[in-house]
Design a protein around this ligand. Structure first.
Ligand code: NAD
Length: 278
């Protein structure tokens, strides 16, 4: 039995704790939570440490705000230097983030393990992944994290081991592709309405094609996409692309269209989605 430390005891942290808790001992820390294990104790006794912290968008939509992650890393990394304990970022962070931390703290075994669960079924999704992606800087760390997953979740899914930046990119391409599909569906629904035909019937027949799939073809009464992750992850990757001088005009149009058609900007009221509401 391993001891697993989890910092950030929210939706993802609790699902991770409940899942790995089936076979392992869990210790967790959450800001301002009296039940927390102090960070020093947690880092001292854990065989793996997962960071499940908020990574909100900036309120001006210019990109991601990594200040919570930066502060926690600056506290945790010195406690884990030369300990051979993987420090695993599970939060969604823009490509290059884990590599940047690894450069700053070369004696820490950093890894990146994006989470793909949905908020409505978080504990179940955690235990039943379609795939697990592990971005590690060496094979030993990748193997240890893979074994941890196999022990608890079995063998029904593929584990991809790669570098941290690739792992980060997988998460953003997944979320922004689904967000793009939602906006495309909204446009097709608008056209169907003009034609006097039933969009849901069209979507059923289109989604029956396995190359397309039925997810994210439904159109919400609020229009576009909301909640926490699609908006903040779209803004984060657009911010990164701008910094790197990469033309993501399709995704920029998707975000602009979402701002235009979404009747409630619900993410503005969700804790951890925008950096003015933490
Ligand atoms: N919610 C989802 O469906 C989902 C799915 C996949 C990935 N993610 C990603 O996982 C990350 C966490 O998301 P979440 O939904 O679990 O967020 P959350 O807000 O539910 O949980 C984050 C927790 O971290 C705590 N926290 C904040 N600052 C802290 C600090 N300095 N030290 C310790 N704890 C601190 C908060 O109090 C909160 O309980 C985000 O990057 C998110 O994008 C979320």
């Amino acid at each position: 039995m391993a001891t697993i430390g989890i910092i950030g005891w929210g939706v993802v942290g609790k699902a991770t704790g409940k899942g790995f808790g089936k076979k392992h001992k869990i210790v967790w820390n959450n800001k301002n939570d009296k039940g927390s294990t102090p960070i020093e104790d947690l880092c001292g006794k854990s065989d793996f440490v997962f960071l499940c912290l908020p990574t909100p968008m900036r309120a001006d939509h210019s990109g991601i705000d990594l200040s919570i992650m930066d502060k926690v890393i600056d506290k945790v990394a010195p406690l884990m230097a030369s300990k051979n304990t993987p420090l695993i970022i599970k939060s969604t962070v823009i490509p290059g983030t884990t590599a940047k931390y690894a450069k700053k703290y070369p004696k820490v075994e950093f890894a990146m393990n994006p989470e793909f669960l949905t908020e409505v079924n978080a504990p179940w999704d955690f235990l039943h992944p379609d795939r697990v992606v592990i971005g590690a800087l060496n094979e030993d760390v990748a193997n240890r994290i893979a074994r941890l997953h196999r022990d608890v979740m079995g063998y029904k899914f593929r584990i991809f081991t790669t570098d941290p930046t690739t792992a980060e990119m997988v998460k953003y391409m997944s979320n922004t592709y689904m967000a793009t599909k939602v906006i495309f569906a909204n446009e097709m629904a608008e056209l169907a309405e003009k034609l006097g035909i039933n969009y849901d019937d069209v979507a059923d027949m289109v989604g029956a094609d396995p190359r397309i799939g039925k997810s994210f073809l439904k159109v919400s009464p609020f229009g576009g996409f909301g909640l926490k992750c699609f908006p903040k992850d779209t803004v984060a990757i657009l911010g990164l692309a701008k910094k790197l001088g990469t033309d993501l005009s399709v995704l920029q149009t998707v975000w602009n269209k979402n701002l235009k058609i979404r009747k409630v900007k619900d993410w503005e009221g969700i804790k951890g989605a925008v950096n003015n509401n933490l």
